[in-house]
Design a protein around this ligand. Structure first.
Ligand SMILES: [Zn+2]
Length: 120
């Protein structure tokens, strides 16, 4: 799993290359399930079907975690920005937790090896 910091940089670059559109805090960024192309759409597109700009397959825009379709009826831009920022922090925290968990596993394996050596 890649770190989100790197992923975000890549997305900003590819988006500006293609259509010179800035990714907003409230945009939904996801990968096309058919070709893996990185797609970015305004949050109001959540739950809608769009056409992938790369492979032209129909793609369902994911609804971000913690967001309900009914939220889209509210004009609460600032609140939504906070929600997205919180989600990003959560994603980063989860990525770090995953990396730490993998390190812990490898440490546990090493401890197991050492214990076997001591018993031998
Ligand atoms: Zn595609």
């Amino acid at each position: 799993m890649e770190y989100n910091e790197e992923v975000e940089v890549d997305q900003n670059e590819s988006a500006s290359d293609e259509q010179d559109v800035q990714i907003q805090d409230t945009d939904i960024v996801f990968d096309c399930p058919h070709c893996g192309h990185n797609l970015c759409i305004d949050y109001r597109g959540a739950g809608l079907q769009i056409t992938c700009s790369e492979c032209e397959e129909p793609v369902l825009v994911p609804i971000p975690d913690g967001m309900k379709i009914s939220d889209l009826d509210l004009d609460a831009g600032e609140l939504l920005k906070q929600l997205f920022a919180t989600r990003r922090l959560l994603q980063r925290a989860e990525a770090r937790a995953e990396a730490l968990s993998m390190k812990l596993d490898s440490f546990a394996a090493k401890v197991g090896e050492l214990q076997e050596m001591l018993q031998a």
